[in-house]
Design a protein around this ligand. Sequence first.
Ligand code: TRP
Length: 486
Amino acid sequence: MTREKPKNLWLSRWGFILAATGSAVGLGNIWKFPYITGEYGGGAFVLMYLACILAIGIPVMMTEIAIGRRGRGSPIDAIGRVVRESSGNPLWKAVGGMAMLAGFMILCFYVVVAGWAFAYTWKMLDGSLAATSVDTLGQVFSQHNANPWQLGGWSVLVSLLTLAIVAKGVQQGIENAVRWMMPGLAVMLLVLVGYAFTSGGFSAGFDFLFSFDASKITGEALLAALGHAFFTLSLASGAILTYGSYIPDGQSIARTTFVVALCDTSVALLAGLAIFPIIFANGMSPGAGPGLIFMSLPLAFQQMPFGTAFGVLFFAMVSIAALTSAISMIEATVAYLNEKHGISRMKSAVLAGGVLLVISLLAMLSFNLMAGWTPLGKNLFDWLDYLTSRWMMPLGGIFLVCLAGYALRDEIMRDELGLPPLGYALWLFMVRYVSPVLIMVVFLHALGWLGFDPVTEWYWIVGAIGLLTVLGEVLRPRVLPVLAGR
Ligand code: TRP
């Protein structure tokens, strides 16, 4: 069987790394990671998170990239091709469809959140954040959300920027944009860490993030670390798979994945080192939750020398991080329309953008005019978040690793990953037996259906992995060929 020829490729070796890091680095890194790290106990949480990145983040990311590159296309088409090459069931394409849909649905509420960052860059400049207390800033935030024109205007702006970049194509649009945005983001982050270093709160911030306390290793924290590892790498939402389909043959998938995961983790840690010292230097609480960067931080900037300039820099950085994530969320859909239906990239972007604008504006109205519309107890914004993060991403992740571990012909992944035998065996062990069990644990817990504590009752997990390994290695060679009709 001849392999599909790529229609698009990254121009440089760094193209994929920059674009995938852009996808991975987002609000999850700059806001959520520092905050949950603080909440779950600093250093202990950081260690658990690193273990989760290694145990599921990296194997799943390698899987997505390899399927993308082998199948050379949008999630549906790429999965369709690798499955056909393995004489498997074409129904697997539904996994690609679900991932693509998840990416699109995340985008519909992500543009609203990204709009906050853009709006705050502006507010930092025009003086609307000149408040004297966190409460006043809380009011500024709720007034911003109560006004549909303001909230909607900023989210439309983010949507249009996203579409303009994606419409121009993989090299001219996406690669061109991330080529200057990612280094820009890195510089801004380092400048902000430098500023935090001189704020007087640096050692308090450092201790908060890194002091290790073994008693903080709890089931709750482990589950949060697992869930976050998945979210922060943008897995199971079509983004990484589609970006992976543009990687030239011969570039090492394993090495590339490590670089992306390392950059993503570094940004998360550095963001914590930029934010917490400033919070501590001003005697504020690190556990302020969702309001941390929109309420506490602006006030802290106001009380510090050159605060306005650094505040603008901070929110501009968050905006860029959100924008580079947004472009990756819609790329799968645009690539699909472009390839499957022969619609030009420009028209595909307009089409997908039209749907995006309608749904995202409805999600935006959840904060004001439609706040009372809560079918089955959640507004549209919360539904989009709930369905994607609780259901579609975990299930998509499990299906993806099972596809790679069980349904595909051995040579496909062996060829694409190009690992030494031991590395390949380790990857296979992870995707066949470890990742499905761990993702299932997070999935069940998020739904409230996990009947045990994963830290104190760890033997359930080890037992499940062991049982699956035995079943897989003993029974699979007999059963699978029958199921596959081989
Ligand atoms: N990784 C992004 C962040 O940390 C969020 C995200 C989740 C995402 N799924 C995605 C981004 C899919 C792009 C595509 O903020």
